[in-house]
Design a protein around this ligand. Structure first.
Ligand SMILES: Cc1cc2nc3c(=O)[nH]c(=O)nc-3n(C[C@H](O)[C@H](O)[C@H](O)COP(=O)(O)O)c2cc1C
Length: 219
């Protein structure tokens, strides 16, 4: 059983990364191979619309043809039994790192067909993790609920099923007094980090364990 977790935050040890690390730890506890990839370490682009993955009889039919540093990660995602994507919200959508990854991951499997299913090779258990400054009840006002629903729908169309873990109202700075921001209550943020976020880390650990459990793989 192999779990691949992808960090779309450029910060390699903050909220998104910590949640993903717990997913990986949970999966390992359950005996799975699990790996965390930080997209920030890689040089790659989004989809370049070459359509090599759609060319009938072409050598790269169903697979992204681009040979950049995302290539081995797409291969690992192709082979993984469980795929977990984590991203912060940046201006009400996924980070550019994650969005470019998703374009490459999804478009290679996507078919412009009303009758044929996705070209995704196999069923995978999946999860999406989002972190953000706003509170959960504010998500609809910024369209974030729609972004989550769209990503979940695509993951379920291609791999099925997909769980979602939201971490809202996150701690963004180590010391709010050192940065030019007056919107957030630093004390409340720290308090939430010390309580709610710690529970979310436990939820992420349990998620990792659950995703690699056998009953998740009877499709
Ligand atoms: C460029 C940028 C844009 C952001 N835009 C949003 C946003 O639109 N909505 C929001 O709730 N938080 C926004 N944030 C805050 C992050 O989503 C939040 O701090 C997140 O937890 C950061 O994840 P990390 O700690 O894993 O890096 C933004 C942060 C940055 C750096």
């Amino acid at each position: 059983m192999r779990l691949l977790a992808i960090n779309g935050s450029p910060r390699k040890n903050w909220n998104t990364a910590q949640l993903l690390e717990q997913v990986v730890a949970g999966a390992k506890t359950a005996g799975a191979d699990a790996e965390l990839v930080h997209l920030r370490d890689l040089k790659y682009t989004g989809c370049v619309s070459c359509f090599s993955c759609k060319k009938i009889g072409g050598p790269s039919y169903g697979r992204c043809v681009l040979q950049d540093e995302l290539r081995p990660v797409l291969d690992k995602a192709h082979e993984a039994d469980v795929l977990v994507l984590g991203s912060p919200f940046y201006f009400s959508t996924e980070s550019a790192f994650m969005r470019a990854f998703e374009e490459r991951l999804w478009f290679q499997y996507h078919l412009y067909s009303n009758i044929k299913p996705s070209m995704s090779p196999r069923k995978k258990a999946t999860a999406l993790i989002y972190t953000m400054n706003v509170r959960q009840e504010e998500m609809p006002a910024y369209g974030k609920d729609r972004i989550v629903a769209t990503a979940k729908r695509l993951m379920e169309h291609m791999f099925a099923p997909c769980e979602v873990l939201l971490s809202c109202d996150t701690l963004q700075f180590d010391d709010y007094s050192r940065y030019d921001t007056d919107r957030w209550d630093a004390k409340a943020k720290q308090e939430r980090h010390n309580t709610v976020f710690q529970q979310e880390l436990k939820d992420a650990h349990a998620l990792g364990q659950r995703l690699v459990s056998q009953e998740n793989h009877i499709f």
